[in-house]
Ligand binder design. Structure first.
Ligand code: SF4
Ligand code: SF4
Length: 145
């Protein structure tokens, strides 16, 4: 179901379903608590577009959680998800973009992926999501209020 078909009441319920999870390092990440109404599951445009780079301290070998075999080392400090070196499809993206997708390392994805949200804390839809969704023929995500 697309967001823009939801009633205001349903959107409020969805807002409540966005959970905040505290990670081991104390950082707070927001996540959808349920797959129902999650606009990402038939999209994947961001994982197919951006260069996903992050601090190497997030790698498993460095005491973090991102699998080393899924990344390429850029510098002694930065790593990039394989496939996204010049922007493009992340090697961890599974499924068909715009139809049905998922992240094969979802629980261990890097912080840059966790920090990328569909809505901000005020319920405003991410304009980059809508720009990328438009490119692959998906409907616009509406603001929550
Ligand atoms: S572009 Fe936005 S809606 Fe699409 S998968 Fe990424 S975060 Fe989700
Ligand atoms: S690691 Fe997962 S969430 Fe991050 S870009 Fe790759 S497929 Fe997307």
């Amino acid at each position: 179901m697309f967001i823009d078909t939801l009633s205001l009441k349903q959107r409020v319920i969805m807002t409540e379903k966005i959970m905040k999870t505290e990670a081991k390092d104390g950082e707070i990440w927001s996540d959808m608590s349920s797959n129902e109404n999650n606009p990402c599951l038939n999209c994947g445009a961001c994982c197919d577009h951006f260069r996903i780079s992050f601090y190497q301290g997030e790698l498993k070998s460095m005491g973090g959680y991102v699998p080393d075999e899924k990344v390429i080392s850029l510098t002694p400090f930065r790593a990039v998800m394989k496939g996204t070196e010049s922007g493009g499809r992340c090697s961890c993206l599974i499924g068909e973009v715009g139809k049905s997708i998922g992240c094969s390392i979802y629980e261990n994805r890097p912080s840059v992926c966790r920090a990328y949200h569909v809505w901000d804390e005020n319920g405003i839809a991410n304009s980059d999501c809508n720009r990328l969704r438009k490119k692959i023929g998906l409907s616009e995500i509406k603001n929550m209020n």
